[in-house]
Ligand binder design. Sequence first.
Ligand code: FCB
Length: 470
Amino acid sequence: MTTQEEQTRSDLCFPPGFSFGAATSAYQIEGAVAEDGRGVSIWDTFTKTPGRVLNGHHGDVAMDHYHRFAEDVAIMADLGLTAYRFSVSWPRIQPTGSGAINQKGLDFYRRLTDELLGHGIDPWLTLYHWDLPQELEDQGGWPNRDTAYRFADYAAAVHEALQDRVHTWSTVNEPWCAAFLGYASGEHAPGRREPENAIRGAHHLNLAHGLAVQAMNARRVGGCVNLYAVTPETDSERDLDAARRIDGLQNRFFLDALLTGRYPEDVLADLRMEPDDFIQPGDMKTIGAPIDLLLVNYYSRFTVSGAPGGKASAAAAPTDSASPWVGSEHVSFVNGGRPVTAMGWEIDEDGLVEVLTRVMRDYPPIAMVVSENGAAFDDVLADGRIHDRERRAYVEAHLGACKEAIEAGVPLEGYFAWSLMDNFEWAWGYGKRFGLVHVDFDTQERLLKDSALWYAEIIRQNRPHEPTDS
Ligand code: FCB
């Protein structure tokens, strides 16, 4: 055993029962967009609109997971994953977003979850990972309050059908992205640039979460947020205010709502909106309905400045887009001097410790998981192998951060690598690879990268019954 392996063993040993997973989402991997009665989603429309997605890429075939799910589950089993986080495509279940249920759509998720359970992998189901049925967008999308009620109906139907197989449920993946990239910057579907409607959308996504929690009465249900560590560039009043604003809109707007049933006053003031405009009596109680766990997606840290004239976003967008930072458009994003991934996202595992301990410190007690974490790098296939040392280092460092958070008392129950396999990375199309597993986009052939082999070894070492020193 090399010194490095020994170190890995002692460093990355997690409490019994800790989930080691990987995550994906429906539109990014499934393909089969016109099969078995699936309706059209906003991502189908968006990807077919010229100029919206780099190189005109779309998810029509994606990773063909709809047909290859058994092969993909076998790969998960080879890796030793104990859990798999996936999302359900709403338009497969309700092609127009409301009304009759498409049984064939549900059947796909029955087959998938059966396959997972058959391999001893715990299915973690996310109800919404951004693929809104187009018909609901045509009726106003998330800025339309009614969409939240349609979501609760859909959640109840999926829950009813799959509750015997799925024990951990989550509602909306990263409501910040769905609202502010979808309706303010326009970088994501549906690509609108309507700042006020982005705020309404954010509230209705939160409301959808709360209504779904009530409608499902699930055994274990969580909300999912994408949290960033945020640092002011200097201690100047201007930079401190910039950090307060970005932290407020990115983190506290959602954490406060889900975990305390309130919106932070300072953020409402930044947004320059009268809360009564869109918050109806009883909404906040619904949004703050008790949940069993918080799913935290973490990728990076922002360093921000209030000085005019800087970058409007932490990393360049691939397509023409406006600012997602409604009410704080003047804030600029500064180079924090850290190494970056192929997305241009700064690598900072300490930020993960920071966000997890912050939730523990500032909010009522709640179990947490890291439900997404990972990195895109430009992989090189050489002699049938991908030596993705940077990705492995990224995951290793962030698993180390998880361990540190646990030692600091954070009730952290699992880690899900983003992503199981290379996939359709939204506005970047197939230009960015996040997978532990490489996918040849022409042949659909899967190949385990070195990072996947390493992750499998970490999971093996943490498995009960197997002595760690053999
Ligand atoms: C997250 C998304 C996920 C993936 C990663 C890189 O914001 O939830 O679908 O695109 O970023």
